[in-house]
Write a protein that binds this ligand. Structure first.
Ligand code: FAQ
Length: 332
């Protein structure tokens, strides 16, 4: 009689490549190339930091919201962004990096956050514009990330995208209300859209030709689309919405191209994007200083939570020993 032989297991690297080729998920327990892990940590951390730093521009208006209704909507939205940051930090921690290390890398400038949050919010219309354009761009970029190859990141994105699309609608609703208001309110909306249009296009990153990470990230299924494709998708989605709102997008080259079945549009100022990424945007220093202050102010909460967790662990250890002791005694 022959004993059944177990099928030979493929080597971990082959298994990894096969999972990627099947468009399946890589999970934290799976073997992965170190460069894949590092790319994920970079992108997910940058994304998490963006959600947390992204609370500041809109948070700036919570105390000055024009009504109780607008204040509660804005509070809930900013709180949602904190939640997104937490899901993403948790996803990142599954890659073997701690929350404390990630925060340290943000505060010491070793990790980035999205360029868009380095622009100021100068009027209440900016709250609507951020919802409409910034959350709108975030959705275009993030819906494909629900199918990213790393399981914990993709699952976090599914939940985040549902909330971001709600945010986009609330921003649009706010702007629509203002557009139906006074001439001064309409002027505020147009002025806000003029400031946020180009920075929103820059959120998708540099053009593919100057994007050092895209090719590798797409081969690994971390990114599912190139930066330019998603930027185009955003423009095509936004133009009819702008028309319905009655605002003009500040780009003289923006027009429908029948042949391509898409809009042609002007070139964003890429030197501005690289300056903002380098830390030279209008609010970079302010945003990081605020985040640093909030981190320092929260030190006592972290200390108290750590002390509480230590005491709970010690208590359950004592209880465990007690039970074990009783068990031994009972046996005698
Ligand atoms: N800002 O080679 P690529 C939100 C960096 S949504 C800053 O093309 P990659 C929701 C890039 O990191 C915003 N840096 O890079 C919200 C790379 O740096 P490195 C967050 C940028 O990664 C709404 C270098 O330039 N969303 O927060 C930017 O393949 C309202 C070369 O670029 C995400 O993070 C930029 N705009 O593609 C919250 C989405 N663009 O480290 C509150 C996930 C590029 O190599 C209120 N991330 N860089 O020196 C992604 O999809 C990608 O990381 C891209 C960049 C598309 C952003």
């Amino acid at each position: 009689m022959t004993t059944p032989q177990a099928a030979p297991q493929p080597a971990p690297a082959e298994q990894f490549e096969a999972t990627i080729a099947r468009n399946d998920r890589i999970e934290p327990r799976d073997w992965m190339p170190e460069a894949y892990r590092r790319t994920l940590v970079r992108q997910i951390a940058q994304h998490a930091h963006s959600e947390i730093i992204g609370m500041q521009p809109e948070g700036n208006w919570i105390t000055r919201a024009p009504s109780l209704r607008r204040k509660s909507i804005l509070l809930a939205k900013v709180q949602d962004e904190a939640g997104h940051g937490l899901y993403l930090y948790s996803a990142c921690e599954t890659l073997g990096v701690s929350r404390a290390e990630l925060t340290d890398m943000l505060l010491t400038g070793r990790q980035k956050y999205s360029s868009i949050f380095n622009y100021p919010t100068l009027s209440y219309a900016d709250v609507g514009t951020i919802g409409w354009l910034v959350d709108g761009a975030a959705i275009c970029n993030q819906v494909p990330l629900c199918r990213t190859s790393y399981g914990p990141y993709g699952r976090a994105m599914i939940r985040i995208c549902k909330e971001e699309s709600f945010h986009q609608r609330q921003g649009y609703e706010l702007l629509m209300t203002m557009m139906r208001g006074t001439a001064e309110q309409r002027r505020m909306v147009q002025e806000s859209v003029d400031r946020f249009w180009w920075p929103s296009l820059m959120m998708f990153g540099p053009p593919d030709a100057n994007s050092p990470n895209s090719e590798r990230s797409m081969a690994w299924g971390i990114k599912r689309n190139g930066n330019d494709e998603l930027r185009q998708r955003f423009v095509d989605m936004t133009v009819p919405q702008a028309e319905a709102l009655g605002v003009t997008l500040p780009d003289p080259d923006l027009r429908w191209n029948e042949e391509r079945g898409a809009h042609d549009f002007g070139e964003p100022d890429w030197s501005e994007l690289s300056a903002v990424i380098k830390g030279e945007g209008p609010c970079n220093a302010q945003r990081l200083a605020h985040r640093r202050r909030a981190h320092e102010d929260g030190a006592w909460v972290r200390e108290a939570a750590t002390a509480f967790a230590r005491r709970q662990a010690a208590r359950s250890g004592e209880a465990g020993r007690g039970e074990a002791g009783r068990g031994e005694g009972a046996g005698k």
